[in-house]
Structure formats: C-alpha cells, structure tokens
Design a protein. Structure first.
Length: 453
C-alpha cells in the first residue's frame, strides 16, 4: 500500500496564516488494499467527531414547543420546532429529562442563574454575587480534556460563542453572580470560559493572520483584502498535484470560505464610523438573526478545518430581557416569558422560541452543506440544543426542552421521540454524548448513568 499523496493535516501557509484543508481523496492511501488494510484505511481517513452544545434561555411555551409522536416518522414538529422539520430524520427529541440542581433546593429565588450554571455541569451553583463563585466543570470541558488525553491536538481545545457578552461580575439574578447567567462553559468550578460574540472577531481568531495588529486588521477591512490572499498561491501550486475532483473540492472550499468572509466584512463595514471611517469591531450587527447565523457558520467552518472539536453556543444569556424587533416583538424576552396567561405575551414568547429554533436550523444547515469524506459534516457532529428551564412562566426544570441532532457517524439514530423516565437527569444525556465522542466518563454532575443514543 502506497502512502497518501497528502497528509490529513496538510495546511496552506502564507503571510502568517495556516489554513487547514478539507478532506481530499489525495489524503487516502492509494493502491489495491487487503480487506484488513481497507478497514484500517477507513478508520484512518474517517471524519473526526465533533460536538456542540447550543443553549437558549428563559424556557419555552410548552404547548407551542413540545412535539408529538408520529408513528414511523418518529416525531412531528410543533409550531415552534417547525424550522427544524427539514432535519427531522437527523434529530431525536428527548422527553422527561430533568435538572434538579436548577431548582431552589433551599436557596430561594434565582432559577435563571441556576439553570444556566447547571445546564452543562449538573451542579448547584453557590448563591453569591461576589467573587467567591462556585459551580462545576462543564461537560464540554470534560470532553475537550478527554480528547486531548487521547492525543487529539487542535488549534483550540474548545470554542465558546454567543450573542451576548460573557459577564463575570455583578448581581444578575436574586443574589447570583452574572457569571452564572452569562456562561455555560466552565473550565473549573470558579472559572467560566469567556465567549466570542462578534462574527468577524471570531473569524479573525480562528483563521486570521498571526501577529496582525488591530490597526492592520482594520486597514485590511477598509481595503476589502481577504485573509486568504496569502494562501491562494500555495493553493494554486497544490492544485497541480491533485486530481480534478480534489481541485473542485478545494476551489469550492476556498470560495465558500471567501464568501463567508465577504458577508462578515459587509456586516463590519456597515458599522464604520462615518466620521473616521474606522470599523467598530466590537459593535453588534444590526440584524441579530444574521449575526447569530454568521457565528454558526464560522463555527461550522472551524469544525470542518479541525480547528476544534468541541464548542458551546449561547443564543442569548439566561434571563435576557432583550426585545426582538426583527420579528416584531418590542417587549423584553424575560418579560413575555412571564406571561401569566396573557395571550399577547404568549404569542410573542412563542415567536422568540421559534426565532431561536430558526437559528439552530441555520447552524444545522451549515453543517449539512459542508462535506467531508463525501458525507455531510452534520453526520460527524453531535449537536445538543435546549435549555434548563421548561415552562418560562412557571420556572420548572423537569421535562426539559432538549433535542440532539446529527452524529450518524457516531452511531446516533435520529428521527425519534425518546420518552425517558420522568426525572431522568439531563447529565445522563451528557455522559452518553461524551461516550459517543470516545471519552469515557464514569461520574458527572448528578448523572445516574449514561443515556443510550
């Protein structure tokens, strides 16, 4: 068996940028293989597994969110989950999962802070608005460490993104630190991971030039120069050494990346200070949906280039009272979640829930469009979507709104409505995902076992 023409981790280099390649046929060993060698080749060239935990705050209006069983189809989308219907065969919806550590348990009010804090930890956060915060390590960090222990080396051990800032101080919910409400990824019990909220800054962090100053980056934005300019020559040289199909894959990959960069730059340029013509890179794009979708597309590209294999994505901070004028909701999210039966608020609350489902669908679409080894990237990515409050009006934490998408390459079967025993810890699902990622977790949070997937 001859060696592959290209190594799986071949990168294009130029002007301070190192850009990983997508999977190409030239990365597979060539020649006639025995069945044993063929199996070894398949394992070696198989797409790596990734996982993303996507969080939305403030619970749902259950009557509009919860899907119903639908015979052979598995489940039928509710009005809120209708945007995800195109992925119904890739999604399993879980019922009966609980986060007991989000409840008061003697600590009084503060369900929003507790729910975000325990979403990926399964730990009851210490009630404090001071510096003595205490939570638990989150499952994304457990998985990231497990992959590193197995020899996986990526540019980022994990990525954390969201639409609102990662606060670490202040009183955000009835005596609970803002660190709990604004973060779901915890490196240690006292250290939440910060998150990136600006698509261009995330793109620059993942793919930008090493050592480029903010002024140089701003000048490049004004001149509409691409970070890919430095690797185009190297890509052309490589094109002469690979087959026609691989050249088409490489062209599609680079053009897709450049198109995403153009849309991110367009968004940044829309915020140029008209007096000084300098980009306000920390400002938020005018269209919230577009900004969240761009963040998701950068994350999908980071997965595709194996820049990371673990990520968290907060669609908004827990307890957020942001209005959603994009969908005609002028009242705050938290306000309408406490609707007390008011029909107008219920309608607005359900529309926000659907807006978030649309953002999840856009992320899944980005994963499905990208191909690796001839399969959608979604097949090798396990996506958990949900929150740790069920009914936003009641603040209960049982029968949580949770679904899992993708992961076919990890043996995960979609198209199911999975009814768990009432009170099953959500951490059982976290342990199940970790094991599908190849990370053996014996004990985590309040898990009582591993939920089969």
């Amino acid at each position: 068996m001859r060696k592959p023409l290209l190594h799986r981790r071949t990168v294009l280099r130029g002007a301070g940028i190192a850009l990983a390649l997508p999977w190409l046929e030239a990365m597979a060993p060539r020649g006639i293989l025995s069945s044993h060698a063929a199996a070894a080749t398949a394992r070696a060239s198989a797409a790596p597994l990734r996982t993303a935990f996507v969080f939305f705050p403030n619970g749902v209006h259950p009557a509009a969110w919860m899907p119903v069983a639908d015979g052979a189809a598995g489940w039928r989308a509710s009005s809120t989950l209708e945007p995800l219907a195109e992925f119904s065969r890739d999604i399993s919806v879980f019922r009966g999962l609980t986060h007991a550590k989000a409840a008061a348990n003697g600590d009084g009010p503060g369900d929003h802070a507790r729910s975000a804090a325990c979403f990926l930890t399964g730990v009851q956060a210490k009630k404090t608005a001071g510096e003595d915060i205490r939570n638990g390590r989150s499952i994304d960090q457990v998985v990231a460490d497990g992959l590193a222990d197995d020899g996986v080396r990526t540019k980022f051990r994990s990525l954390e993104i969201g639409s609102e800032p990662a606060m670490t101080a202040g009183n955000c919910d009835s005596g609970y630190s803002c660190a709990y409400s604004a973060n779901i990824s915890w490196r240690s019990e006292s250290l939440p991971n910060g998150k990136e909220t600006d698509p261009r800054l995330l793109f620059e962090r993942v793919f930008g030039r090493r050592g480029e100053s903010p002024e140089e980056s701003a000048a490049r934005l004004r001149a509409r120069r691409s970070i890919l300019d430095g690797v185009v020559r190297e890509a052309k040289r490589l094109s002469g050494d690979i087959g026609r199909d691989d050249r088409a894959r490489l062209d599609e990959y680079l053009e897709g990346m450049r198109e995403l960069e153009r849309r991110i730059d367009d968004d940044a340029i829309s915020k140029l200070d008209p007096r000084e013509k300098l980009p306000d890179l920390d400002g938020a794009p005018r269209d919230l949906g577009a900004r969240i979708d761009l963040l998701g597309e950068v994350l999908a590209l980071a997965f595709r280039t194996d820049a990371t294999r673990v990520a968290t994505f907060m669609l908004a901070n827990e307890g957020s009272n942001r209005p959603y004028p994009e969908i005609g909701v002028s009242r705050g999210h938290h306000d309408v979640s406490h609707h007390a039966g008011d029909a107008g608020k219920i309608d607005e609350f359900a529309r926000i829930n659907r807006f978030h489902a649309e953002r999840c669908a856009a992320f899944l679409r980005a994963l499905a469009r990208a191909k690796e080894n001839g399969r959608p990237l979604l097949d090798s990515t396990i996506v958990l979507y949900g929150g740790a409050i069920t009914d936003g009006n009641r603040h209960n934490h049982d029968d949580l709104p949770i679904l899992v998408a993708g992961g076919r390459a990890a043996g995960i079967e979609g198209g199911r409505l999975v009814q768990c025993a009432h009170g099953t810890p959500l951490c059982n699902l976290h342990v199940g995902i970790a094991r599908r990622m190849g990370v053996e977790v014996e004990a985590f949070g309040d898990a009582s076992g591993a939920l089969p997937l």
